[in-house]
Write a protein that binds this ligand. Structure first.
Ligand code: CAO
Length: 444
């Protein structure tokens, strides 16, 4: 039988109230005994609160910025079978916990009597702030350990956490940046200097009015670093076009009842994926990547389409695999499923890998056009904006044409100009628009 354990803040010495500055686990995470759960900070020290037992985190009872003290609930833990009930740390033990300069909580010797395992549960004080030299980067023990393991020099990292603290995401973004920089030649300015920009303005915003500090989400920090890299290292051009989807929308509405019975919507996006695959088959250089040296194009014979999903934590791009082998109902069902997983934060890293082309649809929200950023190492991304009913001049070059109401869908295709020429991009969007205007073309 699983047993629920209430994990509380142990004795934290003289401090009555400390701030929760990092939450290191999420519901559903499996933790080992001693895995750090949260980091708290007083005006003198930062410390991590380790788990008193192995198990699965069921429910978090703290959030960033909360003030906690001894006995405050941190989380509910479903202890693994065979785990002894977790004793609450005593004051004496917490006080006697040795300051641990290394990130790892002090491991108890195997011979330690079972009755006094408290030292293992005691918070692990980090370097007291007062002792930190001015130049020493500010980071928690686990972040220092993480950086050490990856060989990242903390003194080179800007911290995005409160008071400039370096977070695990900062280290990840830094390492990712270093790893991905090599294959992509940095754009050189005249004189061979990659960038020679003035320093970022340092402004004390609070001088001009009240402000509030809101930390960026983990997803935003990670995707922000990638978006920045892609934006500065790929020469983007965006081709705008529009597709007449009057018939397609009528067909979608007619066909929607069957999917609604099965609990999902037959969305326009499912048809977009289908139409994009048809266009990608016709123009294979859009379903490709540059190789590491930037001298060859790797043409992919599979069609894995990334779809940008807006979540409360930021943008994620799950990948619909083998979209060429799926019908629109299957695509619509899968889209509903990945959007749900994305919003519930349940996507796995593998669900977001292997894409060959991406679609970003803001059509459900609004706007007439935008310039999406290419999801490297892909070479193109299609932005879709809101369709509108508009008068369109139809037929009659000799004066016998007329304006008719048509449902027009705006398309914005950003492409890597190192790989794709403007003419090819215009052909791609024209062809895509023709497929959307007559979806039977995707059968051909
Ligand atoms: N024109 C007009 N209406 C549209 C439309 C379009 N191009 N696309 C969708 N709609 C309508 C839908 O029909 C739906 O209407 P009903 O509620 O009346 O049925 C409504 O807008 C909402 O659609 P949706 O957003 O739920 O579904 P979707 O399949 O269009 O999109 C998803 C799914 C996951 C892509 C979307 O929810 C999403 O997250 N979009 C944001 C992506 C994003 O942030 N991109 C930015 C990247 S660059 O920073």
């Amino acid at each position: 039988m699983p047993r629920m354990t209430e994990v509380k803040v142990p004795d934290i010495g003289d401090f009555k109230e400390v701030d929760v500055i990092e939450i290191l686990v999420r519901p559903g995470d499996s933790v080992e005994k001693e895995t750090s759960l949260i980091t708290v900070e007083s005006d003198k020290a930062t410390m991590e609160i380790p788990s008193p037992a192995a198990g699965v985190v069921k429910e978090l009872r703290v959030k960033l910025g909360d003030k906690v003290g001894e006995g405050s609930m941190i989380l509910l833990l479903e202890a693994s079978e065979g785990e002894a009930p977790a004793p609450q740390p005593s004051k004496a033990a917490a006080i006697s916990a040795p300051p641990a300069p290394a990130a790892k909580p002090a491991a108890a010797p195997a011979t330690e009597p079972a009755a006094v395992p408290i030292a293992r549960h005691a918070p692990v004080p980090l370097e007291p702030v007062a002792e930190v030299p001015a130049f020493k980067p500010h980071a928690s023990p686990s972040v220092r350990k993480f950086a050490r393991e990856l060989g990242a020099d903390l003194s080179k990292l800007p911290g995005s956490g409160p008071k400039g603290r370096i977070t695990q995401e900062d280290v990840q973004a830094f390492v990712k940046g270093v790893m991905t920089r090599a294959p992509v030649p940095a754009p050189a300015a005249p004189g061979g200097v990659p960038f020679n920009l003035p320093e970022w303005p340092q402004v004390d915003f609070a001088k001009f009015g009240p402000v509030e500090l809101k930390p960026l989400s983990r997803i935003k920090k990670l995707s922000g670093a990638n978006l920045h890299r892609n934006w500065i290292s790929i020469p983007h051009v965006t081709q705008f076009d529009e597709a007449d989807i009057t018939e397609l929308e009528a067909f979608r509405k007619e066909s929607g009842a069957a999917s609604e019975k099965q609990g999902f919507k037959l969305t326009m996006l499912a048809f977009m994926i289908k139409a994009c695959v048809t266009a990608l088959r016709q123009y294979p250089e859009f379903n490709a990547s540059l190789d590491r040296g930037g001298e060859n194009l790797v043409l992919k014979k599979y069609f894995h389409i990334g779809v940008a999903v807006d979540t409360p934590d930021g943008l994620v791009v799950p990948v619909i695999r083998d979209a060429d082998r799926k019908g629109v109902y299957d695509l619509a069902r899968e889209l509903a499923e990945v959007s749900r997983l994305a919003r519930d934060r349940k996507l796995k890293p593998g669900d977001m890998q292997g894409g060959t082309f991406s679609i970003s649809s803001l059509g459900g929200i609004g706007g007439t056009a935008f310039t999406p950023i290419i999801n490297a190492p892909e070479v193109a991304i299609l932005g879709v904006s809101r369709s509108t009913m508009r008068p369109v001049w139809v037929g009659g070059k000799g004066g016998d044409g007329q304006f008719v109401p048509r449902l027009m869908l705006p398309l914005s295709l950003s492409y890597d100009h190192r790989v794709i020429d403007g003419a090819a991009a215009a052909r791609f969007t024209s062809y895509l628009a023709s497929v959307l205007s007559d979806i039977r073309r995707s059968l051909l």
